[in-house]
Structures are given as C-alpha cells and as structure tokens.
Design a protein around this ligand. Structure first.
Ligand code: HEM
Length: 274
C-alpha cells in the first residue's frame, strides 16, 4: 500500500505525498468533465501530464539531497512513489497523445519515427517504464548490485525528458530551462565531495554555478534552436530585472535550500539544555 512504511505502519508522510501525486490526475479528470480545459482539451491534457511527469522525475532525484542537506532520512520512503508517479504520468501522456491521433496506432508509430522530439520522448518513456517495472522489492532482491546501476539511468532519462520538453517548446523554452536548472543543481550537488554536500559555503557556490549554467544553456538554446538574438537573452539574464529568468529562479531556490541546511546544522550544534 502506498501509504504504509516498510514496517507496514501507516505513514502520514507517504499518505500526503500519495494524495499530492494523485491530485494532478484528479484535477485533469475534473476539468475534463466540466469542460474547462480550453478549446483543445486533449492538447491541454497532453501538456499537463507531460509537465507533471518531468516534475515528479525531478522530485524523485531531489530525495537523496533532501535527506542529506536537510538531515531528514524519512524522505527516502518517498523516492519510489515519486519515480512511479513520473512513469505513470508519462504513460498517461502517451495515452492522451494516442487518443489525440484518433487511436490510429499506425499514425502514432510513424509520427514517433519521423519527428525527432517524439522519438526522444518515446525512448524516455521506454526507460521510465523499465525503471517503474523493476522498482519493486522483488526486483531489487533479484538484481542485487545491478539494481542500483539500472536505477541510475533515472539521471540520463531526466536529461532526455528535458530535451523532449525543450524541443517541443519551440520559441518559448523558459519552463523547460527552469526544470533543467533544477536538474543541473541536483547533478552538481551529486558531484560535490561528501563532506561538502551539507555545507553552506559549498551549497551557495554550487547554486551560483547552477544559475550560471542555466543562463548559459538558455542563451545557447535560443542561439542554436531559434532566431531570437542571443544578445537579447543575455541582456535579460544580466539586466536589472532578472526575476523572471529561469537562472535567477534556480538561484533563489538553491539559496533557500542552502539557508535551510545552515539552520539545520545550527540546531544540531546547539547544546541541549537539560
Ligand atoms: C511516446 C512518448 C511521447 C510522446 C508521443 C509525446 C508527445 C508529446 C506531444 C505531442 C507534446 C505536445 C507538443 C506540442 O503541443 O507541440 C508533448 C509535450 C511534452 N511532453 Fe511528451 N511525449 C512523449 C514522452 C514524454 C515523456 C516520457 C515525458 C516526460 C518524462 C514527456 C514530457 C513532455 C513535456 C514536459 C511536454 C511539454 C508540456 C508543456 O508544454 O507544458 N513526454 N509530448
């Protein structure tokens, strides 16, 4: 049961995250039935389910840093649920796409072969399905050391999902680049030496690096994939009002995490008054 911990006891944390994972699907179904998904409801639902798949992937990758940085081991209970939610939203995303193609599987297959962004999405979906399928305790025991290696694919699959996201976004890739920025933060965190993964100075420096990388990717993306002048994107990142740029959003979030880590360390160091 998704709301029970490994000892079989009810877990409020797992139950709350289970409800959170279900909410976008219930929201979509509700809006669908009241006819509140805009002029092209299927297209809207395809976009929303894709969004949530990427979000749950990034949330699943954030579990290990959350445990280490915030010193909160129980968060590990959530990783499998978040990963499976990502795969299920990706499955729903494909199903909605098939419905949009009037259930013509031949058309779906040829579109996937002919359109590069769909091929990338399809490969990602296959990988996510393999990870979700083997996420059970039984598979973990069966595969032993190979299980960890297999589940490290989650990083590469998230990169592919983000690539699909940006490719389909065409001229406005801001959201895809924001989620790329968070992914870059998580990858840089993994690259820090263990002793630095919870240190304020290292987290701040890494956050600045993630922000710069996000800005560079944004400039590069618009430079290579669109006709938007690179100078204008640079100006937007370096100007006085960078609040809406993905790079600055990533930096703000990273600094909040660094601040929380510092608070946590201070509380741990404070001598107890007995
Ligand atoms: C066979 C697999 C897939 C197909 C056929 C597919 C198809 C599509 C289509 C048709 C769109 C909308 C494009 C447009 O309106 O121009 C889209 C957008 C998107 N897809 Fe996929 N996709 C697949 C796999 C995935 C996977 C595995 C993920 C994530 C893990 C994903 C995430 C997204 C996201 C985030 C968007 C953009 C949503 C937005 O703009 O808000 N897709 N996909």
């Amino acid at each position: 049961m998704p709301w029970k911990d490994p000892a079989g006891k009810f877990s409020w944390l797992k139950a709350a995250v289970f409800v959170f994972a279900l909410y976008p699907a219930l929201w979509l179904v509700g809006r669908w039935f009241v006819g509140d998904l805009g002029a092209r409801p299927l297209t809207e639902a395809i976009h929303r389910s894709g969004d949530w798949s990427v979000r749950f992937l990034v949330f699943a990758l954030a579990v290990t840093p959350a445990r280490a940085v915030l010193d909160f081991p129980r968060v590990l209970l959530l990783r499998r649920m978040l990963g499976v939610a990502a795969a299920l939203y990706a499955g729903l995303h494909l199903l909605l796409y098939v419905a949009d193609q009037k259930w013509n599987l031949w058309a779906v297959g040829s579109e996937i072969v002919l359109r590069f962004y769909l091929t990338v999405g399809f490969v990602t979906l296959l990988g996510l399905a393999a990870l979700a399928w083997t996420s059970t305790d039984g598979w973990q025991k069966r595969l032993r050391a190979r299980w960890k290696k297999l589940h490290r694919w989650a990083y590469g699959l998230t990169a592919l999902a983000l690539f699909h996201y940006a490719l389909q976004a065409k001229i406005n890739a801001v959201d895809a680049i924001f989620w790329f920025g968070l992914f870059a933060w998580l990858m840089l965190w993994r690259g820090l030496p263990r002793g630095h993964q919870g240190r304020l100075g290292s987290l701040v420096a890494m956050t600045v690096a993630a922000g710069v990388l996000t800005a560079v990717v944004e400039v590069g993306w618009y430079g290579l994939a669109t006709n938007v002048p690179v100078g204008r994107v640079l100006q937007a990142n370096l100007g006085f009002d960078p609040a809406v740029r993905p790079a600055s959003q990533v930096m703000v979030l990273g600094l909040v995490v660094a601040g929380l880590a510092a608070l946590r360390r201070m509380r741990r160091r404070r001598p107890s008054v007995a």
